[in-house]
Design a protein. Structure first.
Length: 568
C-alpha cells in the first residue's frame, strides 16, 4: 500500500489556515461562495472581536462590521466564534485575517461548477468491465470483464441451475471494493434521476468528457445507461427475480482490478433488489424514451423488466437477503441487507404508476406511503417515492408528501442560529455515523432545495448553502470532504484503485463517509482515532473504512446536491 501514516501527518502539518502557534484555527468553505451567499467563517482558539480584517480582490484592506456570536460544542466543550463577514459580493479571492491567522475566501458566479462536474465524472472513473482511457493520469486497463460469472446455488432456478455461466458486464464498482450491488446501484441512479428531473436543462447541457459524449444523449443519461446495461443482465429471464449482487466470495486485497483473480457470482434474488430494480427501470423507461436513436428498444425493454420484477416481488414479499445462509462458497462481502420492504414497495409502485397510469400501482403506493419524510438512504427509499409524487403534480399523494417534506425542513433548520458551524447539519449526535456526509448532510440539503422548488420560494435555499459550507470545510475537522478540492481534503480514502494505482492523489470528486463515532474499524486501524467526539471522529487513512471509504450512493447524493446548486 503506497500511502503511509507518516504522509498523513506531514500533510496535516502543512495545511493552509493552520495558525503558526497551533492555537487558532479558521474554518471556512474552501471551494467558494456565490456573491449573494452569506460569508461565514468559524474561529476556534480566540475571541475574534475587533481582530477581523479582510483584503478585497483589488487589494484593499478593510475592517468589516462582522457579526460575531459564541458557540460551545455540546460534545467537546470547545469554544468557537461564528463570524458573519457581511456582504462580500464582488467576485474574486478575498483574504481574511484574524490575529496571526489568515485564509482565503473565493467568491465566484459559479463556485460549484468544477466540483459538481467532478462528482459526476467520478462515475466514469469507477466503471467496471472496460478500460478507462479518458481518465488522464487515472487510465487503467480492463478489469473484471464479468463475461464468465457463475450462478451461485443461492440464486439457482430450474432453468438456471447453480454453476450456470452468465455474462454480466459493465456497471460501476460500488465503493472501496470491486463488487456490484443492485440495491445500492439502483438507489444511486434513483437519487440522481430525481435531481435530473428537477434540473433537466442543466443536466442536459452538462458535458463530462466520456466516451459517449459525441452522441445525441446527454452525458448524464449516458453515464446512467452504463450501469443500466449491467442491470439488464441481473434479472433472471425465466422468473423475473433480480439477483441481489454480483460479487466475489471475499473482498479483494488492495490491488488493481486487472490483478484480481477470484471467481465472481450472482447471488440470491431478493425482494428489495427486485423492487429497487423495478423503480429505476420504470424511471429509465420514461427518461430514455426521447433517445431511441442512441438506445433503440431500451425503453420498452426496461418497462417490461420493471413490471416483471415488481410482480416477482409481490409473489415473494419476504425474500429478504440473508447472507449467512449462503454456502459453497460462503460470501463475506457487503450485504445491503434490509428486513422491511414497505419503502421499496412505495418507491416502485410510485414509479410504475408514473410510467403506466395503472390503478393497481396507485393502490399499492397509497397502501405503502410513509407517515413522515426521511432523508433518502439505500435502506430507506421512501423519499425517492416521495420525489416521484412531487414531480407528478396535482395528486392527493403529492400534497401529502409536500406537507411531510415541509415539516421535515422546518424541523431541520430550527437550530441554525445556535449551531457551532452555522448550518442545519451537525447539531445532533445522530447526524454522524456511517456515510453521514451523504445521508444526512447532502440529502438534507437536497430536501431543502426540493421544498423551495415545490413551494416556489427561496425560504430554505440559504440553509442548503450552509450545508455545502459545512461539507467543504466549515466543520470540526477543517476538512473539505471531497477529494481533489480545497486546501485540506482527504488524501487516503478507503478505495482500492486510489490506494494501489501508484498515483499520489486519489480519484478526484469523491465524497468520503465522514465522522463516525461508531469507529467500527478501530481494531484494525494502524493508529488510534485522534478524537471520539461525534463530529471529529474522522481519520484520513486508507484503513478507515468506517470514516474514509467512498461509495457510489454517497457520490450520488453529492451529484444531486452540487449539480442542483450549480444549476441555481
Amino acid at each position: 500500500m503506497k500511502r503511509l501514516i507518516l504522509t498523513f501527518v506531514a500533510i496535516s502539518a502543512a495545511i493552509v489556515c493552520q495558525a503558526q502557534d497551533g492555537t487558532i484555527e479558521l474554518r471556512r468553505n474552501q471551494v467558494g461562495c456565490y456573491p449573494q451567499q452569506e460569508k461565514v467563517i468559524v474561529v476556534e482558539g480566540m475571541n475574534p472581536k475587533g481582530k477581523v480584517r479582510v483584503t478585497t480582490p483589488d487589494g484593499k484592506t478593510v475592517k468589516p462590521k462582522a457579526m460575531i456570536r459564541k458557540a460551545v460544542s455540546p460534545w467537546s466543550g470547545k469554544i468557537r466564534y461564528v463570524v458573519d463577514l457581511g456582504e462580500l459580493k464582488s467576485t474574486g479571492r478575498y483574504q481574511v485575517s484574524v490575529g496571526n491567522q489568515t485564509c482565503d475566501l473565493t467568491v465566484a458566479e459559479r463556485p460549484y461548477q468544477d466540483i459538481a462536474k467532478s462528482s459526476l465524472r467520478l462515475f466514469y472513473l469507477v466503471r467496471s468491465g472496460v478500460a478507462i482511457d479518458l481518465g488522464g493520469a487515472y487510465n487503467r486497463p480492463l478489469g473484471h470483464a464479468d463475461t464468465h460469472v457463475l450462478v451461485h446455488n443461492s440464486a439457482a432456478s430450474p432453468l438456471r441451475p447453480a454453476g450456470t455461466v452468465i455474462s454480466s458486464p459493465y456497471g460501476w464498482y460500488d465503493a472501496g471494493d470491486y463488487n456490484k450491488y443492485v440495491v445500492n446501484s439502483a438507489f444511486s441512479i434513483g437519487l440522481m434521476f430525481a435531481a435530473y428531473e428537477q434540473q433537466r436543462d442543466y443536466f442536459d447541457a452538462l458535458r463530462t468528457d466520456i466516451p459517449e459524449s459525441g452522441n445525441k444523449t446527454p452525458d448524464f443519461l449516458d453515464e446512467m445507461m452504463f450501469n443500466l446495461r449491467w442491470f439488464l443482465t441481473m434479472q433472471d429471464p425465466y422468473d423475473g427475480g433480480v439477483y441481489h449482487k454480483l460479487t466475489t466470495p471475499n473482498f479483494e486485497d488492495f490491488i488493481m482490478p486487472k490483478a484480481c483473480k477470484q471467481q465472481r457470482y450472482v447471488v440470491a434474488k431478493s425482494v428489495t433488489a427486485a423492487l429497487d430494480f423495478a423503480a429505476v427501470m420504470a424511471d429509465a423507461a420514461r427518461l430514455f424514451e426521447p433517445y431511441q436513436n442512441d438506445y433503440p428498444g431500451f425503453s420498452s425493454t426496461a418497462a417490461a423488466m420493471a413490471e416483471r420484477a415488481y410482480q416477482w416481488a409481490k409473489e415473494h414479499p419476504k425474500a429478504f437477503y440473508r447472507q449467512e445462509q449462503l454456502k459453497d462458497p460462503a460470501v463475506t462481502t457487503g450485504t445491503y441487507g434490509d428486513g422491511n420492504a414497505s419503502d421499496e414497495f412505495f418507491w416502485a409502485a410510485s414509479a410504475l404508476y408514473r410510467l403506466t397510469g395503472r390503478q393497481a400501482y396507485l393502490d399499492d403506493a397509497q397502501q405503502y406511503q410513509p407517515q413522515r419524510f426521511t432523508t433518502p438512504t439505500w435502506g430507506n427509499v421512501a423519499s425517492l417515492g416521495a420525489f416521484e409524487w412531487l414531480a407528478h403534480h396535482n395528486t392527493e399523494i403529492c400534497e401529502t408528501m409536500l406537507n411531510q417534506l415541509t415539516a421535515y425542513c422546518d424541523e431541520a433548520v430550527k437550530d441554525v442560529a445556535t449551531s457551532c458551524f452555522q448550518s442545519p447539519y451537525g447539531n445532533n449526535p445522530r447526524d454522524f455515523g456511517w456515510g453521514c456526509l451523504a445521508e444526512h448532510c447532502c440529502c438534507q440539503a437536497l430536501a431543502l432545495l426540493y421544498a423551495d422548488k415545490m413551494l416556489g420560494t427561496e425560504k430554505y435555499r440559504r440553509f442548503a448553502l450552509q450545508n455545502v459550507d459545512y461539507l467543504l470545510g466549515r466543520n470540526a475537522t477543517g476538512y473539505c470532504y471531497v477529494t481533489g478540492f480545497g486546501d485540506k481534503s482527504p488524501m487516503h480514502p478507503h478505495h482500492r484503485p486510489s490506494a494501489s494505482d501508484g498515483i499520489d492523489n486519489p480519484f478526484p470528486g469523491m465524497l468520503v463517509g465522514g465522522p463516525n463515532p461508531g469507529q467500527q474499524d478501530k481494531s484494525t486501524m494502524p493508529v488510534p482515532y485522534t478524537s471520539n467526539y461525534p463530529d471529529e471522529s474522522y481519520m484520513d487513512v486508507t484503513e478507515s473504512y468506517a470514516s474514509n471509504e467512498i461509495a457510489i450512493n454517497w457520490n450520488a447524493s453529492l451529484v444531486a446536491f452540487l449539480c442542483w446548486l450549480d444549476a441555481l
